[in-house]
Design a protein around this ligand. Sequence first.
Ligand code: GDP
Ligand code: ZN
Length: 305
Amino acid sequence: MSIEEGLVVHKSSSDLRVETRIGVVVRCSLRGKLRAAGDGRSPVLVGDRVEISLTSEGEGTLERVLPRRNVLGRSTAGGKPVVIAANVDALLIVMAARDPPPRWGLADRMLASADRDGFEAAICINKWDQIDMAPERGELLDTCELYRRIGYPVLTVSALRGDGIDEVASRLGNKVTVLSGHSGVGKSTLLNRLDPSLSLTTTEVNEVTGKGRHTTTAAALYRIPSGGHVIDTPGFREFMPSDIPRTELWLHFPEMAGLEGACRYKDCLHREEPGCRVRAALEEGKVPRMRYESYLRILESLPRS
Ligand code: GDP
Ligand code: ZN
């Protein structure tokens, strides 16, 4: 029996697959003791570095999960945290230019959360072909510029036409990047562009609701030609930075955290408090109003401790 090191590339309730160092994907079963040793949630995650033993039939048994550098989580509507993936370097927030419409408020939640967890984050606007001639193009370009000024890379892409794919590939580099975004924004199409051999199924966006059906059911990790890995996860819809204390949320908005000077009150939440530095910067146009409003909405959604 040989022990090999590998990377968990697929995991659902019934299926665990590990890619070995030489790039072979092995279907694995969990050892009973490992299953029981978890924290009650998931003892093994996509992105985990693991040791497996190989059976003569080419199947594997997961022997050990190696120590994790970090985990990426989200919380469900009920506020219960769920861990999604391990050993993540970066987050790529994918939105569509028009169908479905970009949800910047959701992007702001993810950006704050990524900052809190120490991942770098970037935004990718796909389906740029949909607004080539459209009147909303100018407004969307302005919004992209607003995020770039804050310091977030914004990539404009058409996965359908192949525009901007090289920029995406170079951003992914050899890192482990989580793709997040609603179903229907074109994540699978984008992955197929990055590596046509993946041949992922894509869904038609429903004409009436504008939402695609959920075809991605399990978190999966794909190796891409640049040498990096991309994790595609379902259910980022309810993604919330649930464990950011309310008084610290603003620190994860770089344009607020980077302001010089201080608010009069040390625990200022930057709402109606007198002597608030953030509100002053808002009036001066140094903090974009849409980001400030997003901040207020997220603040309201965080539990009061
Ligand atoms: P996912 O749910 O995020 O994986 O989205 P899919 O990749 O399944 O794409 C959803 C729909 O959007 C499909 O009908 C795709 O053909 C379409 N789509 C994906 N990328 C583009 C694009 O760049 N432009 C246009 N016009 N449609 C796209
Ligand atoms: Zn303040």
